[in-house]
Design a protein around this ligand. Sequence first.
Ligand SMILES: Cc1cc2nc3c(=O)[nH]c(=O)nc-3n(C[C@H](O)[C@H](O)[C@H](O)COP(=O)(O)OP(=O)(O)OC[C@H]3O[C@@H](n4cnc5c(N)ncnc54)[C@H](O)[C@@H]3O)c2cc1C
Ligand code: SF4
Length: 329
Amino acid sequence: MKPFAYARASERADATAQAANNATYIAGGTNLLDLMKLEVMTPDKLVDINRLDLSEITVTDDGGLRIGALVTNSDCAADARVRSDYPVLSRAILAGASGQLRNKATTGGNLCQRTRCYYFYDTAMPCNKREPGSGCQALAGFNRIHAILGASDACIATYPGDMAVAMTALDAQIEIENVDGEIRQVPIQDFHVLPGDNPERDNILEAGELITAVILPPPIEGKHIYRKVRDRASYAFALCSVAAVVEMDGDTIASAALAFGGLAHKPWRDAAVETLLTGEKPSSALFGRAADQLLAEAEGYGHNDFKIPLTRRVLISVLQEATGTGAAT
Ligand SMILES: Cc1cc2nc3c(=O)[nH]c(=O)nc-3n(C[C@H](O)[C@H](O)[C@H](O)COP(=O)(O)OP(=O)(O)OC[C@H]3O[C@@H](n4cnc5c(N)ncnc54)[C@H](O)[C@@H]3O)c2cc1C
Ligand code: SF4
């Protein structure tokens, strides 16, 4: 590991001021330290934010929840309000990592975790995300876990997290503080970015910007489902995941919020799929059309071709469960 400076911040302004050139925040450290040990990330300085006052979950004025950036994944998943009002979020977090990791992993760190592309982790291989302009080994290499939606010729990596997929279905906002102390809120759909020509960039954070919280809107009615398909029952990232909040009005779908993990460089949401379902009576034909819409632009790269039919089946199965027209699995 390359030498680095280390500083603890006790105030937010102190943290953002210290996070100058090539400095990186450390929260739980569960992703960052692995990347530093492999010299995939080589920050000159770590700014430890664990003493900042960002570990609370509070109710917002409009009845939503404000989850501080340092709330651990374990505490968030176990929170009584999250479990009762946003069960899709609780289930998504519990589908990720392990108990030990979730005890350390934080809300802000989880949002910013980096891709699990094998070539990104292997410094002997070309990778545009690690070293811009060096090439992408995954395009013609082993790309089983890679994207089928929204990829580019520069990068076909996926965003690996579960928590953010559920937050995307819930229309969460990310609260961010910059080095001047200004605070902005960004819809989570706009937080992570597609790779385009600049895959080195995972999200919209500018240098020194600190995630301070995730804001959930007031709870939405409906059935909350998080379905994650992976190679092992635990301790594995999603090949495909679906977060769904579906409300029925009698035998009609009143609303459907759907987000997908493991498919793209960011949690994926397609408004056209939701529009297609809304106001309709559940049927196999309808669910098939929803899958057609979702996967119209899907493209496999060889080893990951299986994700296209897999995603189709997972979506149809989730919709059957959510609308009470098929067996829960
Ligand atoms: C073996 C293993 C299995 C895993 N399985 C899963 C899984 O199935 N699903 C899943 O979702 N995750 C999984 N994870 C990832 C895990 O959830 C993340 O490592 C964790 O959530 C990162 O949080 P952290 O607080 O440790 O972040 P850190 O490692 O401390 O930081 C990660 C990044 O976030 C930045 N950062 C942290 N906090 C802030 C902030 N407030 N503002 C701005 N930037 C910030 C850091 O600078 C760093 O770049 C797994 C990890 C491991 C090691
Ligand atoms: S898919 Fe992206 S992260 Fe993986 S090797 Fe290609 S450029 Fe790097």
